[in-house]
Design a protein around this ligand. Structure first.
Ligand code: COA
Length: 378
């Protein structure tokens, strides 16, 4: 009998040269470039191209890609009509999965016959429209027509413009851009694994991304950022944090935004996001109560959970930043998906280059052979 490892912990599912993670040292790099350097110096456009192609682009390569992303932002009105018919009360992750799958109806492509250029063009089309659909939904679900995308704005700026319907603050654009970079790729996490499994069947990239979106939605994965903010709001103020955390741990419940399968130290993305939050608070001259509570929760969790290697993950501080930017909490995970589409598509392309369908086995724990009993005799 083969060894069974619940959750496939520590089991390599593929060979990949897209990103590297050292969970004991708290290191993360995309294509060899540290996440710190990328968050500080790169843009989401450049990082996406780095992930998709493997190298930092030249200025002209970046400009050409940026133009494609700007051109492909617009979404056909049929997709808008589909979105208008979805219930406004539905979760935006369900909307996003539907919207991306329906985009595939308009841009059919066969993954089994893709050239390198065709798969790159398809990936570009998807990344370009991810932010559009998330921003459109904010208006549609509130009963308004969506704001049309603008070609004169960067990816992050256009997303904020479409979401809010007003000229975005450059400071917030930079924060959003860094958030998009930080969430763009993260080795073989659950949603990327789902993308790989779908990719290995040669499904279309739209369906690959739809599979990944569904997997990201859960609170043990990307959905945790929404849960973190709900948790901090429930705690209410820093003085209530200890009792809340203790009760939760006593009930053997998880603290949202804490812990990671791979990291046994603080997630480097959490450190960067926390610093961004602090710098922004300094500039504004005020610290939000949510952030103050988060700092206390982190300190208590360090006391109680460090021995298990449980520290803040990326979702602990991202939601607080988005909340401070005035973004509704159920849009946090969709924003994560917008960004992660770059990594998912890089893995899709990598999988197709050396594909073998994923078909694991199981350890059967059911009955041996039994005689069928007709319903009248049961
Ligand atoms: N709060 C409290 N305890 C936690 C914890 C958390 N958030 N995360 C892990 N632990 C504890 C577990 O209870 C377990 O303790 P035990 O050995 O005494 O039973 C130990 O740490 C190992 O946790 P486990 O759930 O087995 O780790 P995993 O690798 O299977 O799960 C996560 C990883 C991310 C799913 C898990 O840490 C979690 O649920 N975190 C909260 C959700 C979240 O923030 N997800 C976003 C991830 S980016």
């Amino acid at each position: 009998m083969s060894d069974y490892l619940p959750g496939l912990a520590g089991v390599p599912a593929t060979k990949s040269n897209i990103s590297f993670l050292d969970g004991d040292k708290g290191l993360l790099a995309y294509r060899g470039y540290s996440i710190q350097a990328l968050a500080q110096h790169s843009s989401f456009e450049e990082t996406t191209l780095l992930l998709l192609k493997g190298e930092l682009p030249t200025a002209s390569e970046l400009q050409a890609f940026d133009e494609l992303l700007r051109r492909d932002r617009i979404v056909k009105y049929n997709v808008r009509e589909i979105m208008k018919n979805l219930p406004a009360t539905g979760h935006p992750m369900e909307m996003l999965q539907t919207a991306v799958a329906s985009l595939g109806l308009f841009y059919p492509g066969d993954s089994s016959e893709n050239t390198e250029e065709q798969s790159f063009a398809m990936a570009t089309k998807i990344v370009a429209r991810m932010a559009t659909t998330v921003a459109m939904w904010e208006h549609i679900r509130n009963g308004y027509d969506p704001v049309l995308p603008r070609k004169d704005l960067s990816y992050a700026a256009n997303f904020l413009y479409m979401l809010k319907g007003e000229e975005p603050d450059p400071e917030l654009v930079r924060i959003m851009d860094a958030c998009l970079i930080l969430h763009a790729e993260h080795t073989i996490n659950a949603s990327t694994f789902a993308a790989l499994v779908a990719a290995s069947t040669l499904a279309s990239p739209y369906l690959v991304i739809a599979a990944a979106i569904g997997t990201l939605a859960g609170p043990l994965h990307g959905g945790a950022n929404e849960k973190v903010v709900k948790m901090l709001e429930e705690i209410g103020q820093p003085e209530h944090a200890r009792a809340w955390v203790e009760k939760r741990l006593a009930n053997k419940e998880k603290i949202w935004g804490m812990g990671h399968r791979e990291y046994k130290v603080k997630d480097p993305r959490a450190t960067i996001l926390q610093k961004m939050m602090m710098d922004w608070a300094d500039k504004r001259g005020s610290v939000s109560p949510l952030f103050e509570t988060a700092l206390v929760v982190e300190a208590i969790c360090e006391e109680r959970l460090a021995e298990k290697g449980v520290y803040p993950n990326v979702d602990f501080y991202s939601g607080i930043l988005y909340r401070e930017m005035g973004i509704p909490s159920d849009q946090f995970t969709p924003i994560f998906a917008v960004s992660r589409s770059a990594g998912w598509l890089a893995h899709w392309r990598e999988q197709l280059k050396d594909n073998r369908i994923f078909r694991p086995t199981q350890v059967y724990t059911g009955y041996g052979e039994r005689s069928y009993v007709p319903v009248a005799r049961r």
